[in-house]
Design a protein around this ligand. Structure first.
Ligand code: BLA
Length: 237
């Protein structure tokens, strides 16, 4: 599950002149201590973005994960792109969340960046489950049009691939007009997104149980939500 979506995202990144970067030693691939799962991650350098990360976790029928976050350059005030897809095969349950995560919860900002996402959500009612959010505060870094689906095999196989495709295309087509937020402020807001996300991420326990506490702590701090990547230089692949 999700490999075709990963492939589709990779193709989009290449089309948008993305180049693979080196992931810090030890974080690019890790097998479970219990010997039944693997997690792999990639980092992309994409023009207009300061960081684009992708993670795929494969624990067979038990759990499949596809997670990606894109941070625009500090010179741009575009929303952060967030994707979190989970498939619990034994129960046949899909949890899919896709959002343009806003830096500001303001009308002008929504008017500028959200017409596409609004249309998308109007067309896919199955992705309208945001009322079921528990661990995150909807008003912080989620948009009013977050696509959230708690579904089954039908949604996973038929609707999700369509939504995913349009969602990614839409994100690349966001307006490129001048930023109305100063780079220093964008930086602050992106860092506080990482701090907030690291505190609220429901995945830490999961990572700990599969890959051990030390690795889970490092993965969260260094890869998922490093707060400010400009302090550590990544080499080109
Ligand atoms: C929910 N995400 C979850 C859950 C898990 C993960 C286990 C709970 C599933 C459930 O509700 O049954 C797992 N999150 C992961 C994993 C990674 C991760 C494995 O980050 C890393 C590889 N989460 C994000 C991003 C978004 C996001 C970028 O990482 C934004 C689109 C959202 N995840 C998100 C939301 C929920 C969730 C909104 C539902 C939580 C809730 O009910 O409040």
């Amino acid at each position: 599950m999700f490999d075709s979506l990963l492939e589709e995202l990779n193709q989009s990144l290449i089309l948008n002149k993305g180049v693979l970067l080196r992931v810090p030693e030890g974080l690019s691939e890790r097998y479970s201590l219990k010997g039944q799962g693997v997690i792999r991650s990639w980092l992309w350098d994409v023009p207009g973005f300061r960081r684009w990360r992708v993670t795929r976790m494969d624990v067979g029928e038990k759990l499949q994960v596809f997670n990606s976050v894109a941070y625009p350059s500090y010179e741009k005030d575009q929303p952060i792109m967030g994707i979190d897809l989970l498939w619990f095969g034994l129960r046949g349950k899909l949890v899919a969340i896709l959002d343009f995560q806003p830096l500001l919860q303001e009308q002008d900002y929504f008017d500028k960046y959200y017409p596409g996402l609004k249309l998308l959500r109007d067309r896919y009612q199955e992705f309208n489950d945001q009322a079921t959010m528990r661990t995150y505060d909807m008003n912080k870094y989620f948009s009013p049009w977050v696509l959230l689906c708690r579904g089954g095999i039908k949604e996973a196989r038929t609707t999700l691939p369509l939504v995913f495709n349009e969602f990614v295309d839409n994100y690349f087509q966001l307006p490129q007009t001048e930023s109305s937020i100063k780079p220093q402020m964008v930086r602050k807001l992106q860092i506080s997104y990482d701090i907030y996300s690291a505190e609220n991420d429901p995945a830490h326990g999961l990572f700990k149980s599969y890959f051990g506490k030390d690795w889970a702590d490092r993965f969260l701090k260094e890869f998922l939500f490093p707060q400010d990547i400009s302090r550590s230089g990544f080499e080109e692949y």
